[in-house]
Write a protein that binds this ligand. Structure first.
Ligand SMILES: [Mg+2]
Length: 216
């Protein structure tokens, strides 16, 4: 048995630009004009809840559950509206890759995203996936990426089995190192930065890629 856990944004759906812009818009609308760091990688926990917590800190706003919920809700509305105008695309070959893994009896599949679950499901649905029965952990579970990833693993049938994580960000790679999980980098952001890398799923045999990651 092996566990294969996917990130969502940039890994299954091509949503990075949409996500970033609308997250900042939701924060600005609820908290007023707000300062953000130059790059998402500058935040300690690159997750919706983690970034928001540090935005509160950076802008000297005391943490407030009600405001956090308001941002979460507004972000959800903005994403849903944007997706109804223009659905985001699946990363090339991702649907076939996920369906192929779901059919293999010796593979358990999960999704662990630093995003909140409502927007993750909306984006996956808009890109043509049916995530209704997927095992998913998100920023609703925790603000720390490694805790979200472990939460996902614990929801799979055999958490003790070898685990591979597939992600598109350097924060995914760092989290995998911390958890001692095998890692597959996907997409332009990690090109040349990780030993096992794919551009997308249509250009590779995912079974072989997973084996290479586990052997690494
Ligand atoms: Mg990502």
């Amino acid at each position: 048995m092996i566990n294969v856990i996917f990130d969502v944004d940039g890994t299954l759906v091509d949503s990075y630009a949409l996500d970033t812009t609308l997250f900042c818009q939701a924060v600005d609308e609820i908290l007023g004009q707000t300062r953000f760091r130059e790059d998402w990688a500058e935040y300690t926990h690159v997750t919706d809840a983690g970034i928001l917590a540090e935005v509160f800190q950076d802008n000297a706003i005391s943490p407030d559950g009600r405001m956090e919920n308001a941002v979460r809700e507004r972000f959800g509305q903005l994403v849903t509206t944007a997706l109804s105008d223009q659905p985001c695309a699946a990363v090339q070959g991702a649907e076939a890759a996920i369906n192929g893994l779901h059919q293999r009896p010796n593979v358990a599949v999960g999704v662990a995203t630093g995003g909140w679950s409502h927007t993750a499901r909306a984006k996956l649905g808009a890109a043509g996936f049916d995530p209704s029965s997927w095992i998913l952990a998100s920023s609703d579970d925790h603000a720390e990426r490694t805790v979200i990833m472990r939460t996902c693993l614990e929801r799979l049938p055999d958490p003790g089995a070898p685990t591979v994580y597939i992600g598109d960000g350097e924060w995914d790679q760092i989290a995998c190192k911390a958890l001692d999980w095998a890692f597959v980098g996907v997409g332009a952001r990690l090109k040349g930065k990780t030993p096992v890398w794919i551009e997308h799923y249509a250009s590779c045999d995912l079974g072989q890629v997973l084996q290479a990651a586990l052997a690494n």
